[in-house]
Ligand binder design. Sequence first.
Ligand code: 26Q
Length: 810
Amino acid sequence: MSLTLSTLQHEVLRHLNYTLGHHQAELDKTYVYRALAIAVRDRLINDWVDTRKKFDATEDRKVYYLSLEFLIGRSLSNAVLNLGIDDEAASVAHEYGVKFEELAEEELDAGLGNGGLGRLAACFLDSCANLKLPVVGYGIRYEYGMFHQHIEDGRQVEDPDHWLRDGNPWEIERPENSRTIRFYGNTTQKISATGELRTALTDTHDVMAIPYDMPIPGYKNGTVNTLRLWKATATDVFDLDEFNSGSYTEAVASKNSAEQITMVLYPNDASENGKELRLKQQYFLVSASLQDVLEGWTKNHGSDFTGFAKANCFQLNDTHPACAVPELMRLLMDDYGQSWEEAWKITSSCMAYTNHTLLPEALERWSVALYGRLLPRLLEIIYEINRRFLALVAERYPGNVELQRRVSLVEEGHEPQLRMAYLSIVGSFSVNGVAQLHTDLLKEGLFSDFHALWPEKFNNKTNGVTPRRWLSHCNPGLRDLLDQTIGDEWKRDLSHIEKLKPHAEDTDFLRRWIDVKQANKRVLSEYVLETTGVVFDPAFMFDVQVKRIHEYKRQLLNVLHCIHLYNRIKVGDTAGMVPRCVLIGGKAAPGYHVAKLIVKLIGNVSDTINKDPDTADWLKLVFLPNYRVSAMEVICPGTDLSEQLSTAGKEASGTGNMKFMMNGALTIGTLDGANIEIRDKAGPENFFLFGLDASEVVDARKAYCPNDIIASDPEIAHVMERLEGGWFNRNEPGIFDMLTAGLRDPYDQWLTIADFRSFIDAQAQVAAEYQEQALWSKKSVLNVAGSGHFSSDRTIGQYADEIWKTRRQS
Ligand code: 26Q
């Protein structure tokens, strides 16, 4: 027995007996998981302390990634993999009579995010640690993460996600670093001791922010970075007035209202827009984090801020933390005595903003009235930023009042609104999109006025995903085959994966490649059976679309295609068809009725298809409930075909598309977001393209007649007849009318019918090529070989070099 093995075993037993007080003879997997997790976490502590010391000492620029979401998922396997103690962990599990994977599955996902934006933040932290960059993540420790989804009568039902119920072995509370956050109150002007006019806030409602640190280990490199998550609690100072008037209990109970701030993650939901609690969350995160950084700075530099912007950088993950711009101004001026000019120079040279959306309706706005009530000093500062900005615009474009109205940070109207994206652009030295097309469209469209003013601010950083979690961990079969074929450097640097290319011609290699995919398909089909009761035959093609449910992502187009296949099967027209298992999964925002109706439609169509004996040899369809990070770890390795169907010009990037590519799926997709770059890297012959491109979409809207398209294409007409004739909702008349009416609407934003014929034809091409196993697997290899560009290490390398100007630590 090796030394490491014996100590790990010993530590697990000690934690089981003494940390957790568990002495039962019979195996309780949850307890063993927790003891193992604590033992593994202990192994990270020394490197964590050392990394922190280096961080404090470095002269290189430090970066703070501010995000309302970090969608971490599980941590145990990731830590074990990055520490390189997989064999030891497996042996310890074996001692307890279980597989390591079974213990790992005991861990609840840390679901502190909605989807792409939150998962991107988690992949970025992993890459920063892999690249030894001095980066800290700042976020919120939500008591309840993303809701759990279950299906009742085909409809989504939300359950709360109390992920902290059994404790969280991956966090360390640091009460000594708590901060006070001040809400509401009044602003007053005072003359300071040195004779300057200073603004002060009085009569505020104060809340305490307590940090919880989570370790972010690099891959076998001794670096352990930090994710610092803030929890809200009441200050210990009780409201004396309330106390004296005999309301002792009420005063103590007010703790409750403070703790509400970090109670729950907001699901991305239009119906939740403008909620005061959401704005409190944003300011709470931003103020606590900025105070944290400023205190660290003044410890070493006193109130000399001359070098601050060169030494610190804040990356804003969308506009959610946009109040960092006025809050840093406030802290520098009101708390540290800087002038407006000094404070503005610092702020606007250390803030950088990443945009994640092309939907104008998704740009964040706040009512001026609400903002001014909750954050009165910040509103004053935003008004002053705007006054100076509009003066600059007037100077550059004299007399252009229309332009001033367009770019103003304040949208005038019945209820004036603050435009947070514009505030972020004005307050930042860098503005980036997340795929090349997205960045180009931002420059030409949403932000064109700002691009004309400051072209140098705009840049692209195409998203990526971490190959440690999204290949090495989730696909051990493929990992081993890669290690044997091209060595294992790809885990540190995915550009090495291109060495696979020549092997795409090697028939022995292709045989092994196919075996790996088949094994992964068996694992996925077991998962589908367990969660839905539906049998997926691994001999069928596995055709998958998993992502948030949204009209622009066009899950409807996928369902329409399934109905088309069903129609063909029913009339015996199966020539050229390939047997398919279609899997659709994703959460709908709780207040997004159309999205929820799409979930219901998928369920109804799948019931009809799966019950019908005629389809048994050709088609299965399931809606997979509660899609989440740990589900994707099983799904992407077993997928043959990745569905990326968004209306061109709407999906900023997509990142699921990259995970599928890395795991050897071929993509059927539009020219949207990162699909364009995926197609370039895979080679156009290894990608199934369909539909209008972004500029054709703009033109098509001008004269869009879905009814004409339906009437002139018998197969499309037949699909619509099935739907409108109530074939899938015999006992629920009319429930899908809203969806069918949307498809026929000349103003349908998503142009689903416009792309339907092209989609059917591309899917027929998919079927034809899937039948040639050698050809398909060659294409699969070439996709993986071309996926090096989509490592988040590449993305983060570009952030570090081109935006942050920071360096790897030795
Ligand atoms: C809005 C209002 C109130 C509460 C929450 C929100 C909210 C929350 C989350 C708004 C948006 C989000 C998340 C957006 C998101 O995930 N965008 C995706 O970001 C990915 C990473 O860049 C891209 O790949 C996707 O294209 C983009 O859709």
